[in-house]
Structures are given as C-alpha cells and as structure tokens.
Design a protein around this ligand. Structure first.
Ligand SMILES: [Fe+2]
Length: 332
C-alpha cells in the first residue's frame, strides 16, 4: 500500500482531474513519500539518486577534521569564528517587483542547525533586536542530525519564532537535515510551512507570491517543479533549501530565489574558497548574490554549522533584504 502511494506521489503530483479525487490530500501524499525516503535513507535528486553511505562518509570526514583541529589547537578558534555571525543588509533590484512592494523587507534565516550550537536562537534575537520586518523566511536545516528526535530542535525554534517581529508573518521550507514530522509543530508555532505550495501577499492591487518547495538536495520530486510553475503569471519569490533548482526556477519565471544549504563552504581556504560545497549542480552559486537569466538568487551562508561547529574563512550570516523596484533602462 505504502509503495503504491509513494508511486502516486512521485509520478502524479498534479491535482487530480474532477471526478478522480484521491482521498489523500497532496500534503498527505507528500508526507508519505518523504517519510519513506527518510526512513529508507533513499535520497532523490533530479538527475539521479544518492546512496545512503554518502552522509556517513561525510560524518567520518567531519570527525577526522575535528580530531585534526584539536590536535593542531585550531578547534577553539574555529568555534569562535562560528559565533561571529554577521548581519548583512542588501538591496535587491528587481525589474518586475510591483510598485507597492518597493522597499519590502525580508529577514532571511537559513541553516540554523539549532541543536549544533546551543543558545544560537538567543544570539539571533540579540543581533536582530527589536527590528520589524515585512516578512521572515526560513530556508531549512533547523537541526544538525539527519535522524532522531525533533523535539530538542523544535524547543529551540519556538522562542526564536516568538521573538521575531514580521508584519506578514514567518514562512518556512524544509531542508535536507529536516524531518517531515517537523511541519506540524512548526505550523503550531505560527510558521506557515510551504510544502510545494504558494501563498500570495497583497498590497492594494499588487501581489507578491511566495512559492516554497520541499528540499531538492535529498528529496527532489516533480511536485517541487509543479509548485514553481505558479511563478508564470505573477511576481514570485521562491524559497528552496538549495540553489540546485536554479535553472528550473528561472525557466518557470521566478523573480527572486532565496536558498541556503552550502554554509558558504563553512570550512574554506583563505579568500573564502570552499573545499566542499554540498551541491551537485549550480556549484558556482554556493554563496552570495547571483543572477541566472532574469532571476536573481541569494545563497545565504547560514547562521549555524553542520558536522563540526566551526568555521574558517567564512562567516555565518543573518540576511536582511530590501526589495527594490528596478528601473529598466530604456533605449533612446
Ligand atoms: Fe545546512
């Protein structure tokens, strides 16, 4: 039965035709499919799957790095670096931005990995202060572990979300470290989770659409693509955990693509050159602001850390974006 449901979820994610309704909602189909992938350690990518041993190989590398850092007395320095979190404010010029959203502010937090750096939620609130934003978006990886209890992470996320001040609320998507069971408690905290779904914010006649997909690094399904198809006819901000869906989103007309996943390399060579990017494609978009066709992308360096709680030659960041209506130059 479960296998049959999974096949339906991955192969037939479009809404059923009238008269062909399934008794399971799209959310339920998604949850069954993702639960199976999580429990079977079956990673799905658009261009091929990924073996269950990948993460364990990475963990081995991380443990080796930790031992080396401790032996060379660099570990404490790396931990201090990880806590030097930048608050980075950027203006994003967008030609199609509706006039009513000119100056719209977005607090973008990604890769919190709250269980990896205890107290991080308090640090974020201290850094953001009493600032009010139009919207807050969370682009996944709330915990460090890939499996196990979610409660410790949810208990740390709750006070963070409660302390944020956002006129249009908090929107979130899942990352590859997250568990499908997080959706319900996160929504109970007041976060509107977008699981291959979209919402529209209105200011007068103007509309800003936000589409959020499930993680595409480990848990890609065609449902993510179908969700992004909503971008065709309205200004759209996409929330995707990883930059790896950059070409799909740009082709479908997404205007602004916010993501994380890479931690900007986390442990980098001097100059910020990443040793490992954790991307199978779109590797040049592993940090900062970028452009692909008409779409602007921003890859958040993440607030937290994964594997070992250290950073070298890169900083964690809290991003504050101000959307600006760009004037397209006219030819004389
Ligand atoms: Fe992450």
């Amino acid at each position: 039965m479960l296998h049959a449901v999974n096949r339906i979820a991955s192969e037939s994610p479009r809404p059923p035709a009238p008269g062909m309704e399934t008794p399971l909602s799209p959310r339920m189909l998604w949850a069954l499919n993702r639960f199976r992938m999580e429990t079977e350690n079956r990673k799905s990518r658009r261009y091929g799957g990924k073996g269950p041993h990948h993460w364990y190989a990475l963990l081995f590398m991380m443990r080796t790095l930790e031992v080396l850092l401790k032996l060379t007395r660099q570990y404490e320095r790396g931990v201090r670096n990880a806590w030097e979190i930048a608050v980075r404010e950027i203006e994003v010029p967008l030609p199609r931005l509706p006039a009513a959203f000119d100056g719209f502010t977005v607090l973008h937090l990604s890769d919190l990995h709250l269980d990896g750096m205890p107290g991080l939620e308090e640090t974020i609130l201290e850094r953001v202060g009493a600032q009010e934003f139009d919207l807050c978006v969370l682009t996944g990886d709330y915990r460090t572990e890939l499996h196990g209890p979610i409660r410790p992470t949810m208990d740390r996320l709750q006070p963070l979300v409660s302390g944020l001040r956002c006129r249009h609320g908090v929107l979130g998507v899942l990352g590859n470290h997250d568990d499908c069971h997080m959706v319900a408690p996160m929504e109970a905290m007041g976060i509107r989770m977008l699981v291959n779904e979209s919402v529209r914010l209105a200011r007068g006649e103007d509309v800003l659409q936000v589409v959020g997909t499930d993680d595409v690094h480990y848990y890609f399904t065609d449902q993510a693509v179908h969700a992004l198809e909503a971008a065709r006819d309205v200004f759209t901000l996409a929330l995707v955990h990883s930059p790896e869906a950059f070409d799909i989103a740009a082709d479908l007309g997404v205007d602004l693509y916010l993501c994380g996943q890479t931690h900007a390399g986390q442990v980098c060579l001097p100059g910020g050159r990443a040793i490992i990017k954790h991307l199978s494609r779109g590797r040049r978009f592993y940090r900062g602001t970028w452009k692909h066709r008409n779409m602007v992308g921003v890859t958040n360096a993440g607030v937290g850390t994964s594997g070992v709680p250290v950073r070298f030659n890169t900083r964690g960041e809290i991003l504050i974006l101000t959307l600006r209506r760009a004037i397209t130059p006219t030819r004389s």
